[in-house]
Design a protein around this ligand. Structure first.
Ligand code: NAP
Length: 295
């Protein structure tokens, strides 16, 4: 009989990280500092509302000040820019998050570039992307940070590991590649034009799937014993007319081959919010001229 793989419990690992963040927040309060996060949610996209509420609730649990701004769907790019400029200037706000996607008439690129890089807790500003790529301290995107933290719960060191990333988006694929490189993994980044993707994936000691295609990664893509991090969140038809969430990895069959694997839901997802809290505290420390926190 095959050994059962280690299913990585993102909820439990995220809880440990949040507990550490809460300790950092308590230490900062002794110095009279309270990290603050502003979240801008435009319009009424139900999925975005759920994500934002959960972020604000987590701030409250950890002692982080939070503020939710909910401009109407009709807001213009200029009005959004004014909102961001106001938050950039405020002393009680250390992190600014613009919940995506924005309505089509709003210029997302201009807005992300308007957020002060010091308060860019999503790590999407080109200055932070450039700093990360240059190996300089940066605020890095939360989901990739969570992926690397999960991998490090399995491997004491990622140095020398053969890592393959599927997907090259600015929010997941590229930053996770940079973070793995910074950990001294040997990284291959793949995408829709990659030839013989299954063969490339079979080389991986560490496979990160960020594709947005339900259960595309199959068991015969996985090197026996590999660590598999599934970033995908895909809603597909389930039983009794209901829908369900699946990842980019066919979990049941890949779990038979992998050494460690993240489930969906309950893997990378919870880590994303925990890492947003980490980034907010990191931003607050940097703005206050303090050394980076331990977490
Ligand atoms: P994205 O911007 O759509 O990028 C998808 C990437 O996958 C692209 O680079 C694309 O290649 C590649 N791809 C698509 N089809 C492919 C194929 N058949 N073979 C190989 N590569 C293929 O998506 P994203 O924003 O990175 O998100 C990816 C997934 O992660 C989604 O399911 C999303 O919902 C999920 N996600 C989860 C979290 C979380 O908190 N857990 C956070 C963010 C995203 P090309 O560049 O060649 O088109």
């Amino acid at each position: 009989m095959k050994n059962l793989p280690h299913v990585l419990d993102g909820v439990a690992i995220a809880s440990e990280i949040k507990a550490e963040v809460a300790r950092e927040v308590a230490d900062l309060s002794v110095r009279g500092i309270r990290p603050g996060l502003a979240v801008i949610l435009v319009g009424e996209v139900p999925a975005s509302q759920i994500y934002v509420r959960s972020k604000v609730k987590t701030c409250g649990e950890l002692g982080i000040y939070s503020e939710m701004l909910t401009p109407p769907e009709s807001i213009t790019t200029e009005e959004m820019l004014a909102l961001v400029a106001d938050l950039n200037a405020r002393d009680d706000i250390d992190g600014i998050l613009i919940q995506l996607p924005l309505p089509k008439h709003v210029d997302t690129k201009r807005l992300l570039e308007a957020v002060s890089p010091d308060k860019d807790v999503d790590g999407f500003h080109p200055v932070n992307a450039g700093r990360l790529a240059s190996g300089l301290p940066a605020l890095v995107p939360c989901t990739p940070l969570g992926c690397v933290m999960l991998a490090k719960t399995v491997h004491a060191s990622l140095a020398g590991l053969e890592a393959v990333v599927i997907g090259r988006s600015n929010i997941v694929g590229k930053p996770v590649t940079q973070l793995l490189l910074a950990e001294n993994a040997t990284v291959t980044i793949t995408h829709s034009k990659t030839r013989d993707l299954p063969a490339v994936c079979r080389r991986a000691d560490l496979l990160v799937a960020a594709i947005g295609r339900p259960e595309m990664v199959r068991a015969d893509w996985i090197k026996p014993g590999a660590t598999v991090i599934d970033v995908g969140i895909n809603r597909v038809p389930g039983q009794n007319g209901k829908s369900k969430l699946v990842g980019d990895v066919a979990f049941a069959e890949c779990a038979e081959v992998a050494g460690a694997i993240t489930p969906v839901p309950g893997g990378v997802g919870p880590m994303t919010i925990a890492c947003l809290m980490v980034n907010t505290v990191r931003a607050a420390c940097a703005i206050a001229g303090l050394p980076p926190p331990g977490v």
